[in-house]
Design a protein around this ligand. Structure first.
Ligand code: FE
Ligand code: FE
Ligand code: ZN
Length: 285
């Protein structure tokens, strides 16, 4: 199992790796640059190499690089499209130094157009900027459907995945808060949701999981993360996601509203609950 949380790389990559270990994690996610989308620091290749060595020694799972979330790849506004193209393009160059890391992004907002137009625009942009020789697997995140967000259903994600020019280099990241908010009942029917995911997108396309509780009820389309067991999803259902045989093996990242001690506590809580068999269905004899 690869379980970790979102960490800052402001003190460097190696420092983040050490921080993860201190929290009991064996994977982590980081923003490629300030999440609001400003200029990124020059990449310190020695620091990156040191992290990669540490990650290998410690048996880390694949790292997850998260694109700045204020970008809108679906935008038709030329100025926004240009900024998005430049920043995402620059991220692909930088991620070439982090082999094996996923590049997770929010598919975008269709604003005054429609979902179809937004999805087509996002995929046109990604197809344009994805470097020919890139080895980075792009992940589209499942979204809550807040406002005009695209990627709020498995069907929309499948539609976008099918349009990527390098089909083997794209997948999805499943965010538990987001899909619950989008109306997928992972509390009462996790098996049904996993089946739908497999049927529509394919489980081979699931590369990472964001494990978050949700402040709001199922279908609320709000996207407000809660701490583990302090939201509407609850500990048992979240542990069931961790324990699900068809979901296991992917990096699981907490994006709960926590400082470092809170993350350490949640990682321990999840591991202990898993060990106690919570989240597993009673065996039918
Ligand atoms: Fe995200
Ligand atoms: Fe997320
Ligand atoms: Zn979210």
């Amino acid at each position: 199992m690869f379980l970790g949380c979102h960490l800052s790389i402001s003190k460097g990559y190696l420092a983040a790796g050490k921080e993860a270990i201190g929290l009991g994690a064996n994977v982590f996610q980081f923003f490629t640059r300030n999440p609001r989308g400003s200029k990124a620091k020059e990449l310190d290749l020695e620091d990156v190499q040191a992290l990669l060595r540490l990650a290998k020694e410690e048996g880390f799972g694949p790292l997850v690089a998260h694109a700045p979330y204020t970008l809108n790849p679906a935008s038709f506004v030329p100025r926004v499209a240009k900024i998005t193209r430049d920043l995402l393009g620059d991220d692909f160059v930088r991620l070439a130094s982090l082999p094996g890391a996923f590049y997770n992004l929010h598919p975008g907002n269709y604003l005054d157009k429609d979902p179809q137009a937004g999805m087509d625009q996002t995929m046109a942009l990604l197809n344009e900027i994805y470097p020919k020789d890139s080895k980075t697997v792009v992940l589209l995140e499942t979204m809550a459907g807040k406002g005009t967000e695209i990627g709020r259903s498995f069907e929309e994600l499948a539609y976008m995945l099918e349009r990527f020019k390098r089909p083997e280099m794209i997948g999805v990241c499943l965010d538990t808060c987001h899909i619950f908010d989008a109306g997928y009942d992972i509390v009462a029917d996790l098996d049904g949701v996993v089946k739908a995911l497999d049927k529509v997108i394919g489980l081979d396309k699931l590369k990472a999981i964001h494990l978050n509780d949700s402040l709001n009820e199922m279908g609320s389309r709000k996207d407000r993360h809660a701490k583990i067991d302090e939201g509407q999803i609850g500990l048992t259902a979240l542990v069931a996601v961790l324990a699900h045989p068809q979901l296991s093996g992917r990096p699981v990242i907490l994006e709960t509203p926590n400082e470092l001690p809170g993350y350490a506590k949640e990682i321990k809580l999840l591991k202990d609950s898993l060990a106690k068999g919570q989240g597993q269905k009673a065996k039918v004899s």
